[in-house]
Design a protein around this ligand. Structure first.
Ligand code: NZQ
Ligand code: ZN
Length: 387
């Protein structure tokens, strides 16, 4: 285990009805708020009206940025920055899934920077000051409600890039599982796959002596495997929605990477797919993950897959190691398929054309991965995922 600084600063109000505490959370930082949201799901579930009412009752002034896209665009960030400056905003309030929260994070980080917000995405050193961010989560997936990262897309350059800064962590997160009752089976499946991928990105690393965090990771994976299908079938199952929501936050808030330092693998590959084809992040991850696993399974990684197979998928520990590893990869693939997720890139509209270009861009950040990959390795994984 390597040295680390434990620092998870977000305060979380978890559970049904906790939104009642929103005004007091906002008032810690001011009373002029930029309310950020997507295409309107928060209106359908009554959350928008609830927030308007609460803020009105507590003399909090709201200004709005709506229509934030899934895979949020830098153009939305720039519009948010303009609104913050025009209305002298004190707090950025994100109500939605990861896209809305990410957009709000980069808005809050760019208000004091004079140039285009894309510069901030490319170079976090340009961040001078970050307005306080409060997140109200409506989709369990990215963990953006409790981490300090954001991912922004630029349609002009076909780039989808992550940026992180300690001050970008929301000061407060409101996690009410009932807000996720309306999430479609498709997004529930994609969200579950995303949570699992965040866990696996940390679990599949080679730093020795990380027994404790690896057991945390397995518990979180088992939570997704148990509750993902329940939430998928029974959207209003509170227990399932609550456990997935809490898992989404803990998968990426830092806990699982303490003591480890390798970089992630499947996420950089998936971000290229979303950048060029605008596909759903969790779906891209679910397609790539089993193919990545099969590609990196070799003598040096065998024991990790055996650990994964036995502890996460309950595979018989008396079987030969190679068989346990292969069964664990098959179980991963079958789990995603059981949630109705596509299993090939072709099914989500991705062809051969741009694979080499995307592989080259993804490989640029894979030299410190669990198994380092070059552009030819990534291209092979993409090709193996195609049909
Ligand atoms: O537009 P709205 O109305 O918000 O509808 C959204 C959107 O259509 C809908 N939705 C959200 N809550 C709902 C709901 N529909 C019904 N009922 C609800 N309660 O779901 C659709 C997808 O929303 P989105 O926010 O895009 O999904 P998600 O939370 O999966 O976020 C994906 C984005 O986050 C990035 C991804 O790359 C992608 O851009 N990520 C952010 C990370 C981070 N900040 O740490 C890490 C992740 O690995 C990921 O890269
Ligand atoms: Zn993710």
């Amino acid at each position: 285990m390597e040295n680390f600084l434990y620092d998870i600063p977000t305060k979380v109000y978890f559970g049904e009805g906790q939104i009642a505490h929103l005004p007091e959370a906002i008032k810690e930082y001011g009373s002029r708020v930029l309310l950020c949201y997507g295409s309107g799901s928060i209106k359908k579930i009554g959350l928008y009206d609830e927030i308007i009412r609460l803020c009105k009752d507590h003399q909090i002034e709201l200004f709005e940025l709506c229509d934030i896209e899934p895979n949020p665009r830098v153009t939305s960030v720039n519009e948010g920055v303009r609104l913050c400056r025009e209305h002298k905003i004190d707090v950025v309030l994100a109500v939605g899934g990861g896209s809305t929260i990410d957009c709000a994070k980069v808005i809050a980080s760019s208000v004091d920077y004079e140039g285009d917000a894309w510069d901030i995405v490319l170079d976090k050193k340009k961040i001078k000051n970050v307005l306080p961010i409060i997140a109200v989560l409506t989709l369990s997936a990215t963990g953006s409600e409790m981490d300090h990262g954001a991912v922004i897309s630029n349609l002009e350059t076909h780039d989808k890039i992550g940026v992180g800064h300690p001050d970008m962590a929301p000061r407060y997160a409101f996690e009410d599982p009932t807000y996720t009752y309306s999430v479609s089976p498709y997004q529930t499946a994609a969200g579950t796959a995303d949570i699992m991928s965040h866990i696996m990105e940390c679990y599949f690393q080679s730093t020795p002596g990380t027994y404790l965090v690896d057991r945390f990771a397995e518990a979180l994976l088992k939570t997704c495997i148990h509750y993902g299908p329940i939430a998928w079938k029974e959207p209003e199952n509170y227990e399932a929605r609550a456990n997935l929501m809490w898992a989404s936050s803990w998968a990426i808030n830092g806990l699982l990477k303490y003591g480890k330092s390798q970089s992630w693998t499947v996420h950089p590959m998936e971000h290229e797919l979303s950048a060029y084809y605008d596909i759903t992040h969790g779906v891209g991850l679910a397609i790539l993950t089993p193919n990545w696993m099969s590609y990196i399974l070799k003598e040096e990684t065998l024991d990790k897959f055996v650990e994964y197979g036995i502890n996460v998928w309950n595979i018989d520990k008396n079987l030969p190691k190679k068989e346990i590893a292969e069964k664990s990869i098959l179980a991963t693939r079958e789990f995603f398929n059981s949630l109705g997720i596509a299993s090939t890139l072709k099914e989500v509209g991705i062809g051969e054309e741009k694979l080499a270009l995307m592989a080259e861009k993804a490989a640029a950040s894979l030299s410190n991965a669990y198994v380092p990959l070059n552009k030819d390795d990534v291209l092979t994984i993409f090709q193996n995922s195609l049909v």
